[in-house]
Ligand binder design. Sequence first.
Ligand SMILES: [Zn+2]
Length: 127
Amino acid sequence: MASRVRARFWDPTGDRYGIPTYPWKMAPSHLRTLRQLTAEGLRPGGQGVQAQVLWCSRRYGAPGVRTAYLYDVRFALPKRTATLRQRAALSKANAARRTCPECLTDVGYVLPRHLGTCLDCAEEIAA
Ligand SMILES: [Zn+2]
């Protein structure tokens, strides 16, 4: 049974399916699903779908052949997470939250909101 399924979905040249097709867990290691790429901090980049994985799902209510598209990890690009500019903006925002408006120093901790100044200035004001 298992080998019959494997033969049915084994089409590395794409003769039958149009694109290279592999049974579940039989694809070459450089081909990854979107989820696998994401887990590695990658995205497909400009490339289209390179191949597919087919498997039979016996899930109740939705049995049938399932497809997962595969991308070539060699063409993948780093995921666009926080860009340099976004990171700079973030650290600037954090610096602003640590900078006391009284003594204009980055005190190294986020100013207590109820004081609005650093602890030293708050003490001086209170005294
Ligand atoms: Zn201060």
